[in-house]
Design a protein around this ligand. Structure first.
Ligand SMILES: [Zn+2]
Length: 852
């Protein structure tokens, strides 16, 4: 009997050792709506959901037993997660890895940022060291960390906060935003990106206007670690990283440990048992009542002391950007469309999926997002978001090489959070691709999406000399958040502008602290319709699977879609191609316009629009206003339609590179093996071109030397053809590099270039006729030293108005034949204007450009 008791005691000791340091396994459960619901109902914390694929979970021994009792199909994918996380970083040198990222272009790694000693992540003391270092080195921008009132954690730790702003010691009247991390203690990526962002603000304040603007006019608050007990616990058991403790360290009744702090907040706390668990042993245990935990109370107190407009509550992982509501899936938050707009902007670079938690993933109740947004009596409404950073392979403790990419990926949403708390305006160009009239209006629409509305001033500035006049600044009063207004500013084009000439202008928008400058490109000339299709049938197209949809259309009764029967399938490639070629002959400009909407929001699913000028042998993928790049792995520059565009948009794609050719157009659809959605729709497609008008330039050449150029493109560029009628009178033609002499085969000049100036010597006075369309590329590249330049303009240009860049980059402009010159440093100006038909010498200090 004694023996039995002894072995029982050893057995109990063994058991308690196991429960103190349980082995976590990664488990893949086959996805279905039912399996997701069953897992939620049993209180499992769900790491990652791949709709139509699988659900990833990290489970300890007790949870494994629970899972085995459920009727679910699953496999164990990683046997010991903590070991797995540690092992994959073993032997790596964080400093070396950090250095390999130094000098990266976009969001360069700040000097003060470093990787930590816990598998590349900072330990709790290392986080505090960084914060002290910042306060010591940037006392004018960040205050020393302070403790949040309202007590300490269960193990007696304070929860710290700090603030970045100009005058960081003072609570100024500026929009307040909040960034939090580590509410779940096994998600160290959440704090690491925060340190990166903070250093980035501090180090770039003096040199980056955008950062200075943002720091000067916003108060940025940070809570780097909401759950220090859990984080320190992980650190103590897994000093090299990989610790899997998620909850706080509350000793629950019955002996289990921990409350899920992100289920303990007081808005719809415990709404049901799917979004949180009533069982103390569960990973999503919500506690005995709302705000039963000191950590959640501390966050509550802090929010009630401030007026946070927007908050990012960081978690890992899954590449999501989640917003309220979390507690229900069938109900949209009152500000759903504004939250969606924020989500779309936040993720425009990192391409995370965004949406309300309840619809996008699974139900969560009592989380900090719902409380920050939903609680509007004890504090103002806060647009709260949960970024879930890191991909499926990263898991909770990513490989060290992935830490900095995760920080960089988070930068745009971090910066935008501060910007959106003030004025923020989205501008859409509403002017047709071609301007037909020499006078008219340039239209645009504006949408205020920032949380502050101020008066708006719109200014339009012409680029080059295409515009003779553009109306003055337009003052628009403040418009409400989400309101859209359309307006315009008048223009008058330069006389003599010819069809096909490129026009560009910059729209500047100023509103409070917000500034935007956007360059818009157009073309002048009346359009000729080349192709039109109202997409009510597929007669003009060849495809085996694309067809019309009568459920979705821009104009009734139908549009064309990749998957007419509903959702598209996995791992699919399909295509729809024009049956006949499109004739762009004689075109100097061309474009395609259509309406589109799409839902390609899952995995790597996308549509591309392509053109071919050799009957489909080679295809060029076309960029449009709504395509994005950096989306397809290995094909980062590929412009694609992807993610989600709920409403019909007006899309324009330039086809200028195919001018003069016959082309085919097609749309390609590709899906991966993962989530499937509704697909891509297009409607009312139109292709137009501008046909060059032919002109003729007459240039008189007196006997002897003349300078020569033309703003027209001769139909035949062979030099003998250009001088056909007067060739017997030509002694020599030079372009600064080569020469041409009739009957002299050693001449090296055989092609005419509109971008060259020429010197010509004739044996008697003659008149040269150059017929052809106007050169619409009026941009010249200049070499350092002497250049012989043409006049690519139908009118005389005053030398003082010549657009030479950089400014003051030339020494002298002079007539090659004659003695007129413009020599600013000697204050000599006998040359007033450059005349069409002539060429001029210009001496540059360095390389430069000239735009006529
Ligand atoms: Zn989390």
């Amino acid at each position: 009997m004694k023996k039995v008791i002894l072995s029982l005691a050893i057995w109990l000791l063994f058991l308690s050792a196991i429960s103190q340091n349980p082995v976590y396994k990664q488990v893949k459960v086959l996805y279905s709506v039912n399996s997701l619901e069953l897992l939620s109902a049993n209180g499992f914390a769900i790491d990652y959901v791949l709709e139509g694929g699988y659900i990833l979970l990290s489970l300890n021994r007790q949870e494994m037993e629970l899972l085995e009792g459920l009727d679910l199909q699953f496999e164990i994918t990683i046997d010991d997660l903590e070991r797995y996380y540690q092992d994959r970083n073993a032997g790596k040198n964080p400093d070396e890895i950090l250095n390999s990222f130094r000098g990266s272009k976009e969001y360069p790694v700040p000097d003060g940022f470093s990787l930590g000693s816990m598998g590349g992540f900072c330990t709790y003391p290392e986080i505090l060291d960084h914060l002290s270092f910042m306060a010591a080195n940037y006392p004018n921008l960040i205050m020393p960390i302070d403790t949040i009132e309202g007590g300490t954690t269960i193990e007696g730790h304070p929860v710290y906060w700090t603030r970045i702003s100009d005058n960081p010691q003072i609570n100024e009247v500026e929009p307040e935003v909040l960034y939090t991390a580590l509410i779940h203690s096994r998600e160290p990526g959440s704090v690491q990106q925060m340190l990166f962002f903070m250093y980035y603000l501090l180090e770039n304040y003096n040199t980056d206007d955008e950062i200075r603007q943002l720091v000067d006019h916003t108060e940025l608050y940070f809570i780097p670690c909401i759950n220090p007990d859990g984080y320190i616990y992980n650190e103590s058991l897994n000093p090299d990283g990989g610790g899997m403790w998620r909850k706080n360290r509350r000793l629950n009744e019955g002996g289990t440990i921990g409350v899920d702090l992100n289920r303990n907040f007081g808005y719809e706390w415990g709404h049901d048992n799917y979004g949180s668990s009533p069982s103390p042993g569960s990973s999503t245990y919500r506690g005995t009542e709302a705000f039963s935990e000191p950590e959640s109370q501390i966050v509550k107190t802090f929010c009630e002391q401030h007026e946070f407009r927007i908050a990012l509550n960081y978690h890992t992982y899954g590449n999501y950007m989640l917003h309220p509501w979390g507690y229900v899936s069938y109900l949209y938050a009152p500000d759903h469309s504004l939250l969606q707009t924020f989500g779309k902007l936040f993720t425009s670079e990192n391409h995370y999926r965004y949406g309300n938690v309840g619809t996008l993933l699974y139900i969560v109740n009592g989380d900090v997002n719902d409380w920050m947004y939903g609680e509007q009596t004890t504090k103002p409404k806060c647009m709260a978001f949960t970024p879930e950073i890191g991909n499926q392979q990263d898991g909770f403790w990513p490989e060290i090489e992935r830490i900095i990419p995760q920080c960089i990926e988070s930068m745009q949403q971090n910066l935008l959070t501060a910007q959106l708390a003030g004025e923020y305006i989205l501008m859409t160009d509403e002017t047709d691709f071609n301007l037909i009239m020499p006078v008219g209006h340039l239209s645009f629409s504006l949408q205020q999406v920032g949380l502050i509305a101020s008066d708006i001033i719109v200014t339009i500035e012409g680029v080059g000399d295409c515009f003779e006049q553009i109306g003055g600044p337009l003052a628009i009063g403040a418009i409400d958040t989400m309101q859209i207004i359309t307006d315009s500013i008048s223009y008058k084009l330069r006389p003599g502008i010819v069809p096909g000439e490129a026009l560009s202008y910059v729209i500047h928008i100023e509103s409070g602290n917000f500034h935007l400058s956007d360059t818009i490109r157009k073309v002048f000339g009346p359009a000729v319709l080349v192709f039109t299709d109202s997409c009510n049938n597929v007669e003009n197209w060849d495809s085996t699977s694309w067809d019309i949809s009568t459920y979705q259309f821009h104009s009734a009764p139908a549009s064309i879609t990749d998957s007419p029967d509903g959702y598209y399938s996995s791992s699919t490639y399909s295509s729809i191609q024009l049956a006949d070629t499109i004739d762009l002959s004689g075109a100097v400009a061309s474009w395609m316009h259509f309406y589109a909407k799409w839902d390609l929001d899952g995995g790597i699913d996308y549509v591309t629009c392509k053109a071919s000028s050799n009957y489909g042998l080679d295809w060029v993928t076309l960029p449009g206003r709504y395509t994005i790049t950096d989306f397809v792995p290995g094909e980062e520059s590929l412009p694609v339609y992807t993610r989600k565009q709920d409403s019909w948009v007006s899309e324009t794609i330039g086809l200028c590179e195919f001018c003069g050719e016959e082309i085919l157009i097609k749309f390609d659809f590709k899906s991966d093996s993962k989530t499937n959605k509704d697909g891509f729709y297009f409607d009312d497609i139109v292709i137009e071109k501008i046909v060059a008008e032919n002109y003729s330039q007459e240039i008189f050449l007196p006997v002897g030397w003349s300078n020569l150029s033309s703003y027209l493109i001769p139909e035949d560029l062979e030099i003998e053809a250009v001088f056909g009628d007067i060739i017997q009178d030509i002694l020599i033609v030079q372009d600064g590099q080569g020469f041409f002499q009739p009957q002299n085969p050693s001449g090296t000049l055989d092609k005419w270039h509109t971008h060259s100036g020429y010197l010509i010597k004739v044996s008697e006075g003659v008149s040269l006729q150059i017929p052809g369309p106007a050169e619409h590329n009026r941009h010249l590249e200049l070499q350092p030293g002497w250049n012989l330049i043409p006049v690519v303009s139908s009118t005389a240009i005053a030398v003082l108005e010549l657009n030479i860049q950089p400014v003051n980059s030339f020494e002298i402009i002079l007539q090659p034949i004659g003695n007129k010159m413009f020599w600013p440093s000697k204050s000599i100006q006998t040359l007033d204007s450059l005349y069409p038909g002539h060429s001029y010498f210009i001496k540059m200090y360095g390389a430069g450009t000239i735009d006529y």
